[in-house]
Design a protein around this ligand. Structure first.
Ligand SMILES: Cc1ncc(COP(=O)(O)O)c(C=O)c1O
Length: 415
């Protein structure tokens, strides 16, 4: 047995990918932990004051009743009890129908061009296993969802960050990638509608992506976790541009567009070769989502009113938030998609606090205003407000927004 002062030999055998012998000893406090701590301290210092949480990227409501009923009924059927492996065909058929009815993507073969996943996150974690050898490059947009990049590093690959700035409409400048990187690049990870910027890709951008992928022999992973949530124009898929199916896949999730984060249900669609490689890796990582959840997912995907209603709610809240922030001096605009509002952080408050980063501003917001938002400092100083805050009905939404306006109204921000 090890004594209190003696270290377990286990500490010395951790893999380098998680820090080796230093694993667990890093004392750096990361972004989300900092936010959590600041929220706790602010609530303790201001008992009885409501903390308005606009940090979480997760719907505030349950899945729709028909979906819950479907799960309850299917969970009671003995034939649904077993391993689901790479998923039931009915789910893949429903995913193909959904891609057609929701996004106008015709002709996806539900046998070979679609596979379910236990959420987009594990799908993104598995993709590098199918393509990355040591030294290969994954290019990803930043700020963004880092899971594909983390797993690329885990398997010895390199990550190239492509900054999203307001100057380029929050789309990466593919032409700026140097030849030396292109020759080692195997994967391009993009995410539209984009978390956190709220930008939506244009068909022209997707055309450039397809051409870039073909010219450089790169696989495209388009993360469509927010595809059902658009505020301008129609929901739009990467797979609707010519050639997309020859260069990659799109990953769809029911988490955000169908209020089903905890259910863990997504699918990968597109290139038959990529879907097959993904299914092979996945088959060696998990045994599939519970069939009853997949069947409830079919109910969810077959009702296009669900994403429509959910999107209407976020659209309404985004409009109120834009008004509240702009009356406090921000220059916020309704985003093209997602439930996020990504805004430049102020440099400070007249005669008061100065903010060197989005993080400084977000910490101040929590401490002084009891409003939580998430900082993003990868490409300029920004913060992200999420309109998934808890509110019951439209009157309560207005009350929360009025409260934000009131709390911010007293500060004169300098930009
Ligand atoms: C861009 C992006 N991709 C994927 C995910 C994860 O989705 P899922 O719940 O399907 O794992 C998230 C969740 O926040 C996200 O923001």
């Amino acid at each position: 047995m090890t004594t209190a002062t003696e270290e377990s030999y286990l500490q010395s055998i951790f893999a380098e990918r998680i820090g080796g012998a230093r694993f667990g000893k890093d004392t750096t406090i990361y972004k989300f932990e900092k936010i959590k701590r600041a929220k706790r301290a602010a609530m303790a210092a201001n008992p009885g004051v409501e903390l308005i949480d606009m940090g979480v990227g997760e719907p505030d409501e349950m899945a729709y009743p028909a979906v819950v009923t479907s799960l309850t009924m299917e969970a009671a059927k003995p034939e649904n009890r077993g391993y689901a492996d790479n998923g039931i065909q009915e789910f893949k058929d429903a995913a193909a129908r959904y891609m057609d009815r929701m996004f106008g993507v015709k002709g996806l073969d539900p046998v070979t061009e679609i596979n379910h996943a236990i959420g987009a996150k594990p799908a993104l974690a598995m993709m590098p296993l199918a393509f990355i050898n040591p030294g290969d490059i994954l290019a990803q947009t930043v700020p963004g969802y880092p899971v594909c990049a983390t797993h690329t590093r885990y398997v010895g690959g390199e990550v190239l960050n492509l900054p999203l700035t307001d100057k380029n409409g929050f789309m990466p400048d593919l032409a700026s990638i140097p030849e030396e990187k292109r020759s080692r690049m195997k994967m391009l990870y993009i995410n539209y509608p984009n978390n956190p910027t709220g930008a939506q890709a244009t068909p022209q951008f997707y055309d450039r992506v397809v051409r870039f992928a073909m010219d450089n022999k790169v696989v495209v992973i388009q993360d469509a976790a927010y595809a059902g949530l658009v505020n301008s124009g129609k929901p739009y898929s990467f797979l609707s541009v010519d050639g997309a199916k020859d260069v990659g896949v799109e990953i769809h999730s029911l988490s955000k567009s169908h209020n089903m984060t905890g259910w863990r249900l997504a699918f990968v669609a597109g290139s038959r070769l990529v879907v097959n490689a993904f299914a092979t890796i996945k088959d060696n990582c998990d045994s599939g989502q519970f069939i009853a959840v997949q069947k409830a997912g079919i109910t969810a995907m077959d009702d296009l009113n669900i994403p429509k209603w959910i999107n209407e709610k976020y659209g309404r809240r985004l409009k109120l938030l834009v008004e509240a922030l702009n009356s406090a001096g921000f220059s916020a605009k309704i985003p093209a998609g997602t439930f996020y509002l990504y805004v430049k952080a102020p440099k400070g408050v007249e005669g008061g606090a100065q903010f060197a980063s989005g993080e400084d501003f977000s910490q101040w917001m929590i401490k002084e205003k009891l409003i939580s938002c998430v900082p993003w400092d990868d490409a300029g100083a920004f913060v992200r407000f999420s309109v998934t805050f808890s509110a019951k009905g439209t009157d309560d939404e207005k009350r929360v927004m009025g409260e934000i306006g009131r709390r911010l109204g007293s500060a004169k921000f300098v930009f």
